[in-house]
Design a protein around this ligand. Structure first.
Ligand SMILES: *Cc1c(COP(=O)(O)O)cnc(C)c1O
Length: 495
């Protein structure tokens, strides 16, 4: 399987090369040239397997330069004791039509681990295959969860360094503490004055800075990305849609071949796009319901075909979805329009004037597979309270956005297809909002709130979150976006 750029750069590259590069040289994203196909029998056979084996079957056809044994080995290593559930991505059913796909049993308690426990392994294996001798420095802009998950994935991995930028004041207490206390000799963490989009554009411009690349090459380094623009981030996420479907069949909610829906709390459009790719591979899915918070640029886009980022940016209680430029949408536009020229045009309009509009045909194609809705911060709190009261099940604010949007979708359309709410973070990552939602005083530092949430609900915090306050803070820097480049130089040339 080879990969080409969404912006039309001629030629194609292997999976290993696409993963090493992250972004294509023309600024586009790498996409596979075709979708491997899974029949109903293939999917039925997967139902009898565990997560690791399911993931290996889904990923192997995309990784042409890896043997099946290598892919099996990668999956066994990425999805092992580092997860606190044997099932890796278990489903918690709350009624005969609805379950929560829990993607937060990895080391950082958010769904980014599903990809970022795999990516460093894929990347170092790819470097070896391609005979690359230089070290790789991973640059990450994070709205909260990616940064920690990437740090945890890359900490002390030989031949790599990692530098993470997060928006100052744009992440939760627990998220910030998780990052600034990160262990590892090859890591650096830095706050940026501004919001996530400022941090992300800063990182993007560093990637396209040829002078910097030259200087770093002289020092034996090159830059790559762990953001979901990297194909190696997206690929592992396709697997859990298949796995979830199998769990629905095994639980008797579906007969193999029946369609199910997924409601996905969405920011950068990576998670939901991975699901859409699973559908292109043969997974029976009706609708993907795209759930946003007040930063509802995707709700408007899916409903009208107009993408317009020129709007107020809201800091919400689901910070990992506080995004106005959803990078992975570019891949969807490429797949549905099959026209790199048009995609380049839309992306340059977005960069230039902050808006583009797709044609009626593209919009119709999008609406065949996607529905969209949004939920306010208050609505998310109400959903946390409702699910806790009715089902004794605790969810976080991001998951609650999706839960509320699914309920509204079912109400509005009458579509009662069995559906999964994709649960993207442990409620313990967002203690303050969760406590407030269930009517408990939440005015205290993050680490005290963890103990309070345990006591009030009789649930247990994931182990890595329970002892955060005992760790020393290692990183306190904060820079303006224009100083990010100098920070990278300092880290790699002097650090
Ligand atoms: C990253 C993240 C999201 C958004 O996922 P995308 O792939 O960016 O759409 C949602 N919830 C949580 C908890 C996240 O960390």
């Amino acid at each position: 399987m080879d990969y080409k750029s969404t912006r039309g750069e001629p030629g194609s590259v292997s999976a290993a090369e696409a993963i090493i590069r992250g972004l294509a040289p023309d600024g586009g994203l790498y996409v596979p040239e075709a979708f491997p196909q899974f029949s109903a029998e293939d999917i039925a056979a997967m139902c009898a397997l565990g997560y690791r084996e399911r993931a290996a079957r889904v990923m192997a056809p995309f990784l042409g330069d890896f043997t099946r044994e290598e892919v099996d080995g990668l999956c066994a290593a990425a999805y092992g004791d580092n997860f606190d559930s044997q099932d890796i991505a278990p489903v918690r059913f709350i009624d005969e039509l609805t379950g929560f796909l829990e993607l937060w049993h990895g080391p950082t308690s958010a769904f980014k681990d599903m990809a970022l426990q795999m990516l460093p392994r894929l990347l170092t294996a790819s470097l070896k295959k391609r005979g690359v001798e230089r070290g790789v420095c991973i640059l990450v802009a994070t709205s909260g969860d990616t940064g920690k998950a990437a740090l945890e994935g890359f900490a002390d991995v030989p031949g790599t360094r990692i530098m993470v930028f997060y928006p100052e004041g744009g992440v939760s207490d627990v998220q910030r503490l998780q990052m600034v206390t990160q262990r590892g000799e090859n890591v650096r963490v830095c706050a940026v004055e501004g919001n996530f989009d400022d941090a992300q554009s800063g990182v993007k411009s560093i990637f396209t800075d040829k002078a910097l690349a030259g200087e770093l090459a002289g020092r034996g380094w090159f830059l790559s990305s762990a953001n979901s623009i990297n194909w190696g981030r997206l690929l592992p996420q396709i697997a859990y849609y298949f796995s979830c479907y199998c769990d629905y069949v095994n639980a008797g909610l579906l007969i193999c071949g029946d369609a199910m829906n997924f409601c996905v709390p969405t920011g950068n459009f990576g998670n939901i796009l991975a699901g859409w790719i699973a559908k292109q591979m043969g997974l029976p899915v009706g609708k993907f319901i795209c759930a946003s918070n007040e930063n509802n640029v995707l709700t408007d886009f899916i409903n009208t075909g107009v993408y317009d980022r020129r709007r107020e940016f809201h800091l919400t209680n689901s910070p990992s979805m506080d995004i106005l430029v959803s990078s992975n949408l570019e891949r969807l536009l490429y797949f549905i329009s099959a026209d790199a020229g048009r995609v380049s045009g839309w992306m340059s309009q977005l960069a230039g004037c902050g808006r583009y509009e797709v044609d009626a045909e593209a919009l119709a194609a999008i609406q065949r597979d996607f529905a969209a809705g949004f939920c306010t911060g208050e609505g998310a709190c109400a959903e946390i309270a409702r699910v806790w009261a009715e089902h004794g099940y605790l969810i976080d604010t991001h998951t609650a956005v999706a839960g509320a949007v699914l309920a509204a979708y079912r109400c509005g359309t009458g579509d009662d297809t069995p559906a999964a709410v994709v649960s993207t973070a442990s409620p313990y990552k967002f203690c303050s909002s969760v406590l407030a939602s269930i009517g408990v005083n939440s005015a205290a530092p993050g680490n005290e709130l963890i103990a309070r949430l345990e006591k009030e609900t009789g649930t247990r915090a994931p182990a890595p979150l329970a002892n955060l306050d005992a760790r020393a803070v290692r990183f306190t820097g904060c820079v303006k976006p224009e100083a990010m480049r100098a920070g990278v130089e300092d880290f790699l040339c002097r650090g």
